[in-house]
Design a protein around this ligand. Structure first.
Ligand code: SAM
Length: 267
């Protein structure tokens, strides 16, 4: 067993059985290895990342109808999207996390000042929704997400619904973080079979999808998928390479993909 498991396993057990999401939301900054979401700090770097990937995929977002899924506690990335891309519609989907009005207002102020646009003018263009059923079929041109797909428990249903809401030429850009979210050890969770992981170590929202799972699921929902960019860390993988569970494709080089941008278009 790698020595690092002496640190990894106890801290994963603590995260699973002691630290609640509510506690992390309030005091997360104080905990080692915990990362606060973009939507609570500054949406600009994330919208920069969307922008550069859309350019490389050849998709022009200006004036289109945009849906960002899994926006989290605030609508801030959608405010930045509305201010920069001037979409005709901007939906902010968040099914699980409650809206944080104070944080949202602080970030709206930031977006408003930076883009020299009135707060109300930006806010009025963003519609927060709890589920996709309220969005008409074929009414969206672009679906965006960041650090969401790795948390989705039923991706087949999600991709089917996204296919429904997208227009005929609709596209999706998903930025996905396939690392173990105990970021110091990006592959340690691959040592455990899915049953053990889910029973003892999963913090509750990490099903451990790999990029090859998402490519297959998105394709099966009726999309053509391209991986625009991806990263890997062979040194970190070396710590657990001999111990990968049979539940993962040990012969697939994409097992190591840590962070990837997936661009999909309806077929
Ligand atoms: C790590 S947070 C990322 C938040 C934000 N996108 C960001 O980058 O800061 C993951 C988000 O995905 C959302 N999520 C999980 N499953 C989802 C699903 N099936 N559909 C939409 N959002 C989902 C969670 O509620 C959570 O807000």
């Amino acid at each position: 067993m790698p020595l690092s498991n002496l640190e990894y396993i106890p801290l994963r057990l603590i995260r699973r059985f002691v630290l609640s999401d509510r506690l992390l939301l309030r005091f997360g900054k104080l905990f080692p290895y915990y990362r606060t979401n973009h939507n609570q700090v500054d949406p600009s770097p994330l919208v920069d990342a969307y922008d550069s990937r859309l350019k490389s995929a050849g998709f022009e977002p200006r004036g289109t109808r945009i849906l960002e899924i899994g926006v989290g506690r605030t609508n801030s990335t959608c405010y930045e999207i509305a201010a920069r891309f001037d979409p005709s519609t901007t939906y902010a989907l968040e099914p699980f996390v409650d809206f944080g009005a104070t944080d949202d207002d602080r970030l709206l102020e930031l977006v408003s000042k930076r883009n020299h646009q009135a707060k109300e003018a930006i806010a009025n263009r963003v519609k927060r929704v709890r589920d996709l059923t309220s969005i008409p079929s074929g009414s969206v041109d672009l679906v965006l997400s960041s650090s969401v797909l790795e948390h989705v428990s039923d991706p087949d249903s999600l991709f089917k619904e996204l296919h429904r809401v997208l227009s005929a030429n609709g596209s999706m850009l998903h930025l996905v973080d396939y690392r173990d979210h105990f970021f110091k050890y990006p592959y340690h969770f691959l040592q455990f079979n899915k049953t053990t992981w889910n029973r003892w170590l999963n913090p509750g929202d990490l099903p451990v999808w790999r990029v090859y799972d998402h490519i297959e699921q998105i394709s099966a929902a009726g999309f053509k998928v391209r991986v625009l960019d991806e990263t890997r860390d062979d040194r970190a993988f070396g710590l657990v390479a001999e111990r990968i569970s049979k539940d993962y494709r040990r012969d697939d080089s994409r097992l190591l993909t840590m962070v990837a941008s997936l661009f999909a278009t309806k077929t």
